[in-house]
Design a protein around this ligand. Structure first.
Ligand SMILES: NC(=O)c1ccc[n+]([C@@H]2O[C@H](COP(=O)([O-])OP(=O)(O)OC[C@H]3O[C@@H](n4cnc5c(N)ncnc54)[C@H](OP(=O)(O)O)[C@@H]3O)[C@@H](O)[C@H]2O)c1
Length: 348
């Protein structure tokens, strides 16, 4: 299989390459694509990889009739400009951006939740990868729905700087260093996150509309309903950027249709592939971003802890969810989509 990674020098694209090195999807040939500024870069030597990889090229230079799969992770503008050309040429496009997520003719896939939508190749040749916060949320909600029925979901996110790509990571590191070196310095100017992030919390990710909800919050709501196949689900979100480098965390309150117990919820989630449950008897009984980011094994999982039943309502529970936004929330989900497509046979 020949795969193009569009945005290969970015935060998500590099993780795609690392996962391809691990054989998540077997490939014969990789075409790394980035902006004109990166043309000619040798990503094998830069990233310490040993992949069948040509030097970086531009998207305009790629002949997509000779590409089986194109994973786009170069932002919505590049996807809007180039993804449909790639798809029309015959490549299966898995797009990490928000460009196509709202389109009815483009399946929005989390393989652990709705892989059946890939039984047939989409006529558009396009598949959308959901928003990173949405993916970890629905992977916990889907088994909970089977266990007790979802009635209402209220989520607050704690989103890492890596969600803002390479620039976001560099900005958090630089501004943190500056602030530590000179605590009396004036607050940094707004950058990648709209507000200074170092030693701060930014409770608005993307622009807010006239209801007051931010773009990120609206994406979590709309995408969760669609992926879970629950268009009427009552769900609302508060999305917050936090000065953490890796992994998104979420506090979730779920109201269920049937009564629940903490041990019943722990047992129901513990049987699900790809979920790691932290039981109340464990210490600590919760995952944390820095620990989750430490190993490949934990980066590949959705971690769920602090499972508590509301003492005044046996139809309501609280969860704490942590997952690596670059893996679970982006690169790994995209490559798992490719893997599902391969297994259906229509990508052979
Ligand atoms: N970061 C996350 O946690 C996350 C999670 C889910 C989805 N996503 C989505 O994934 C996409 C990439 O995010 P990221 O965080 O990886 O961003 P990033 O670190 O800023 O990387 C952007 C990549 O796009 C490339 N690029 C820019 N303009 C291009 C063009 N005209 N043609 C081809 N390549 C171009 C860049 O190349 P140069 O290096 O040459 O500039 C770089 O490789 C975005 O749509 C984002 O919303 C991100």
């Amino acid at each position: 299989m020949r795969i193009a990674v569009v945005g290969a020098t970015g935060a998500v694209g590099k993780e795609c390459l690392h996962l391809l090195q691990q054989g998540v999807v077997p490939v014969d040939d990789i075409v790394p694509v980035a902006s004109g500024a990166s043309v000619g870069r040798d990503l094998n030597s830069e990233l310490g990889l040993d992949l069948p990889l040509a030097p970086v090229t531009t998207v305009e230079a790629v002949d997509f009739t000779k590409v089986d799969v194109a994973v786009f992770c170069a932002g919505a503008d590049t996807s809007r400009a180039e993804a449909e050309r790639a798809a029309a040429a015959g490549a299966l496009v898995v797009d990490n951006s928000s460009a196509f997520r709202h389109r009815a003719d483009v399946p929005l896939i989390v393989p652990e939740v709705n892989p059946h939508l890939l039984a047939n190749r989409p006529a558009t040749n396009l598949v959308a990868n959901p928003n990173c916060s949405t993916i970890q949320l629905v992977r916990a909600l889907h088994p909970l729905h089977a266990h007790a029925g979802l009635d209402e979901v209220v989520v607050a996110t704690y989103q890492a700087a890596s969600g803002g790509g390479q620039r976001g990571l560099a900005e958090l590191a630089d501004t943190s260093r500056r602030r530590l070196a000179d605590p009396d310095a004036s607050v940094d100017p707004p950058g990648r996150f709209g507000q200074p992030l170092a030693f701060n919390l930014v409770p608005e990710i993307g622009l807010s509309d006239d209801t007051g909800f931010s773009h990120e919050e609206r994406k979590i709501v709309a995408e969760s309903r669609r992926i879970l196949g629950l268009p009427e689900l009552r769900i609302s979100a508060t999305a917050v950027r936090v000065p953490v480098f890796d992994c998104h965390s979420e506090t979730v309150r779920v109201r269920t249709r049937r009564p629940v117990s903490a041990s019943g919820v722990e047992d129901a989630l513990a049987t699900v592939d790809g979920l790691r449950v932290y039981r109340r008897t464990e210490s600590p009984s919760y995952p944390m971003p820095r620990q989750v980011a430490l190993t490949d094994e934990s980066r590949a999982l959705v971690h769920v802890g602090r499972i508590r039943i509301d003492p005044d309502d046996d139809h309501a529970l609280w969860l704490w969810i942590v997952a690596d936004n670059l893996w679970v929330g982006a690169a790994l989900n995209a490559l798992n989509i490719v893997s599902v497509a391969t297994k259906t046979g229509w990508l052979a």
